[in-house]
Design a protein around this ligand. Structure first.
Ligand code: HEM
Length: 481
C-alpha cells in the first residue's frame, strides 16, 4: 500500500520521473486538461524523455521526433497489442480475444485488415463513390438552386456516416438505403461522447445510459440482420465468416466485433472530414485551387463536369489530386492527437540513438505524442496556420521535413505507426477526397459571417482526431455548371 501511495523512485539510468502530489492519480488531471500543453511544459523542464505517473501507470514520453524510429522499430520488447487486447473488449463489449479461448482468432482478425488495402482498395473506393453520390443526390441535389443553410459538422457527419456504413456493411434487403440511419447515428454519437471514459476503463455502469445505448448499437449487427444485407464489403464478409468458425462466440459477441469496426471506420473519419471541408471553405484561394484541380483531373479523363450528371472518381484519379491530398494532410496535422503506445515486456535498456539509452521497467508504457511534432515550429513554420499546399513540392507530395538539420522519417502521424498503424488509412483518405470533390464540384460554399475558427475539443486527446468544440454555420447552393 505504501508503495502504491508513494510510488516508485527513479533508478540510475532511468528518465526523470514526475509523480504529482496526488497518490495514484499522479498527473492524470493536468494531462487530461490539455495534454499538448502539459507535455510541452514538461519537455521544457525535463528534456526530451521523461516518465510521468498517470492514473497509476508509468508512462515514458519520447518527445524528440528524431528518436521516433528507434521506438517504432523496437518490436520485440515493446508490444502494442497488450494494451488494445485489454481496452478494446471492455469498450466495445466483446470477450477478450485470448489465444487460449479463441484459438487462431487474433491472427485471423489481423489478416482480415488486408481486405482494406492493396487490390481491395479499388472496389471499396468505387463502392464508396456510388454511395456518396446516392446520398448526395437524394438528400442534397434535389433541384433547388437557392442558397441553403446548414451546420457543417452535422452535414459532413450525416453524409459520411451513411455512405461509409453502406460501403462497409452493405445495403438493406429491399431498397438502397437503410431505415433509421439518423437514429443509429445519434446513438453512435451518444456512445462516442463516452468513448474517452470507456478507454480510460471507467466501468460502463457508472456512465449513465451508455450500456443501454451500446446494447442497442450492437443489436443492429446481429447475424440475423446482417445476413439480409447485400453488397457487403469483402472485409466484413470475411470477418463474419471467421466469427462463424468459433462456436465459443455468441451472436451478441460477433455483433460487438462488427460494432467495433463501425467505430473504427467513422469515429475519426467524421471529424477529419469536417476539418478538411472547414479549412478549404474558410480559405478562398485554397478552395479555388483545389476545385480547379478536381475539374482538371476529370477533364483529363474526358469528363466535362455538369451538375446534372453523376460523377465517378476512381482510385487512380484520386491519386492525382495532390493539392487536395495536401489540404487533407494539413487538416489532419492540425486536428489529430493520437497517442502511440507500446508496453515494455521486460526490464530493459531502451536504445534511443547511437549514444543514448534509458532504463524502462516491465509494464511501463512508452508513448509518442505526435501532436507535439505536428505543431513544432521547427518542423512546420507557423504551425497553427492552415496552408493547403504545405505538403506539395514540385507538383508532387512533399515528404521532406526536418528538425535540427536532420530529415525526419516520421513527420505526419494521424494514423499511428509501425505494427499498430491504422489499416483503413488509404480508404479513409480516399473517402475524404471523394466527399470533398462532391462538395466542391456541386456547390458554391460560404461560411456565415462572424464565426471564429472552432477550437479543438480536448476530451479525445490521445485517441485520434479531435472534434470541433462547436459547429460552423454555412451556406451552400447548387453551382450552375
Ligand atoms: C486503428 C486512425 C479511419 C480501421 C487506428 C489507429 C489510429 C487510427 C490512430 C490506432 C493506431 C494505434 O493505436 O497506434 C484513423 C484515422 C482515420 C481512420 C485518423 C480517419 C481519418 C479508419 C477507417 C477504417 C479504420 C476508415 C476502416 C474502414 C481501423 C482498424 C484499426 C484502426 C480496424 C485497429 C487496428 C488494429 O487493431 O491493429 N486508426 N483511422 N480506420 N483503424 Fe483507423
Amino acid at each position: 500500500l505504501l508503495w502504491i501511495l508513494r510510488g516508485r523512485t527513479r533508478k540510475p539510468g532511468e528518465p526523470p520521473l514526475v509523480k504529482g502530489w496526488i497518490p495514484f492519480v499522479g498527473k492524470a488531471l493536468d494531462f487530461g486538461k490539455d495534454a499538448h500543453k502539459f507535455l510541452e511544459e514538461h519537455k521544457r523542464e525535463y528534456g526530451d524523455v521523461f516518465t510521468v505517473r498517470i492514473a497509476g501507470k508509468y508512462m515514458t514520453f519520447i518527445m524528440d521526433p528524431l528518436l521516433y524510429p528507434s521506438i517504432i522499430k523496437q518490436g520485440r520488447q515493446l508490444d502494442f497489442h497488450e494494451f488494445t487486447n485489454k481496452v478494446a473488449p471492455l469498450t466495445f463489449g466483446y470477450p477478450p480475444v485470448l489465444r487460449t479461448a479463441f484459438p487462431g482468432l487474433w491472427e485471423q482478425i489481423k489478416r482480415s485488415f488486408q481486405l482494406l488495402q492493396g487490390d481491395h482498395l479499388a472496389p471499396l473506393t468505387e463502392s464508396m463513390m456510388g454511395n456518396l453520390m446516392l446520398v448526395f443526390r437524394q438528400d442534397h441535389l434535389n433541384g433547388e438552386s437557392d442558397w441553403r443553410r446548414g451546420s457543417l459538422y452535422e452535414f459532413c457527419c450525416s453524409v459520411m456516416f451513411e455512405a461509409t456504413f453502406l460501403t462497409i456493411y452493405g445495403r438493406p434487403a429491399t431498397g438502397v438505403r437503410h431505415g433509421g440511419m439518423d437514429r443509429l447515428m445519434n446513438d453512435f454519437h451518444k456512445f462516442d461522447n463516452m468513448f474517452p471514459f470507456l478507454i480510460a476503463q471507467i466501468p460502463i455502469w457508472l456512465l449513465g445510459r451508455t450500456l443501454a445505448v451500446r446494447q442497442k448499437l450492437i443489436s443492429y449487427f446481429l447475424p440475423q440482420h446482417m445476413a439480409q444485407w447485400t453488397n457487403t464489403s469483402q472485409f466484413i464478409q470475411r470477418r463474419a465468416e471467421l466469427f462463424e468458425q468459433h462456436d465459443e462466440l455468441k451472436d451478441v459477441d460477433k455483433a460487438a466485433h462488427h460494432f467495433a469496426i463501425l467505430w473504427a471506420s467513422v469515429g475519426n473519419t467524421l471529424p477529419a472530414t469536417f476539418w478538411a471541408a472547414y479549412f478549404l471553405v474558410s480559405q478562398v484561394e485554397a478552395l479555388k485551387v483545389v476545385r480547379q484541380e478536381i475539374v482538371d483531373v476529370l477533364r483529363d479523363s474526358g469528363v466535362d463536369f455538369s451538375n446534372s450528371s453523376d460523377i465517378m472518381l476512381s482510385k487512380e484519379q484520386l491519386d492525382k489530386l495532390v493539392f487536395l491530398e495536401s489540404a487533407i494532410n494539413e487538416s489532419l496535422r492540425l486536428s489529430s492527437a493520437s497517442m502511440n503506445i507500446r508496453v515494455a515486456q521486460e526490464d530493459f535498456s531502451l536504445r534511443l540513438d547511437s549514444d543514448r539509452s534509458v532504463g524502462v521497467r516491465k509494464g511501463d508504457i512508452i508513448a509518442l505524442y505526435p501532436q507535439s511534432l505536428h505543431l513544432d515550429p521547427e518542423v512546420y513554420d507557423d504551425p497553427q496556420t492552415f496552408r493547403f499546399d504545405r505538403f506539395v513540392q514540385d507538383g508532387r507530395g512533399k515528404t521532406d521535413f526536418s528538425k535540427d538539420g536532420q530529415k525526419l522519417s516520421y513527420f505526419l502521424m494521424p494514423f499511428g505507426s509501425g505494427s499498430s498503424m491504422c489499416p483503413g488509412r488509404y480508404f479513409a483518405i480516399n473517402e475524404i477526397k471523394q466527399f470533398v470533390c462532391l462538395l466542391l464540384l456541386y456547390f458554391d460554399l460560404q461560411l456565415e459571417d462572424g464565426q471564429n475558427r472552432p477550437g479543438l475539443d480536448p476530451s479525445r486527446a490521445g485517441l485520434g482526431i479531435l472534434l470541433p468544440s462547436s459547429d460552423i454555420r454555412f451556406r451552400y447552393r447548387l453551382r450552375s455548371v
